[in-house]
Design a protein around this ligand. Structure first.
Ligand SMILES: [Mg+2]
Length: 209
């Protein structure tokens, strides 16, 4: 893993036989999109997001956050701010009886990362690096796994990682047509307006058993 990518796993995480995993984008999916979130004061869990994570927790489905954080290489904030926001996300989820099993974040951006190259492209979504790494961390079989994202790059990363499918949930980023254009044989893309609808779609596809 290169400098510029950080991964954290839940203490005591027990990785068993590879199984379905749930992968969530952070900004616009788990939390409200505010644009380069890096202050705890700006953090709001998206409505229905904690319920979705808790449902996965209760079903024994490991949950990983995979998040582009180009604000770091843009010089807008540092990893310390990222750590603080992540710690607060954990605290808020805990109040709902929910937890994340792992998180991976990537600071890279083609216009702001020095000597941009293939490795950076692999890690930054739409590259498959973060979902594949997170899958190893949480013991998820990519072929059984789902992504929930609000941008086409989330959908493309999930497809590149060999996931079953992706739920493209509407946020401030209106990229529905682009995301749905990724629909292909062997890869499902389901649109959703809300996190509650995303939850229902994943349930319909048997993600929670
Ligand atoms: Mg997003």
């Amino acid at each position: 893993m290169p400098a510029g990518v950080r991964a954290r796993t839940r203490p005591g995480l027990d990785v068993g036989i590879p199984r379905a995993g749930l992968f969530l984008d952070r900004d616009g999916v788990l939390v409200e999109e505010v644009g380069y979130l890096h202050k705890v004061a700006d953090l709001r869990l998206r409505k229905g997001a904690a319920d979705l994570v808790r449902a996965a927790n209760r079903a024994g489905v490991p949950v990983a956050l995979v998040s582009n954080q180009s604000g770091i290489d843009r010089g807008m904030y540092g990893w310390d701010a990222w750590e603080q926001v992540e710690a607060e996300i954990d605290a808020r989820l805990e109040r709902h009886g929910a937890w994340l099993d792992a998180r991976v974040a990537c600071a890279f951006h083609p216009e702001h990362t020095r000597a941009w190259g293939a490795e950076h492209e692999y890690w930054r979504k739409p590259g498959p690096g973060m979902p594949l790494h997170a899958a190893r961390l949480i013991g998820a079989d990519p072929r059984l796994s789902w992504m929930v994202g609000d941008m086409a790059s989330d959908v493309v990363a999930a497809k590149g990682a060999g996931f079953t499918g992706a739920v493209h949930v509407l946020s401030l980023h209106g990229q529905r047509d682009e995301a749905l254009s990724q629909l292909n044989r062997g890869f499902l893309v389901r649109p959703a307006e809300t996190m509650a609808e995303a939850h229902q779609i994943l349930a319909e596809h048997g993600v929670f058993g």
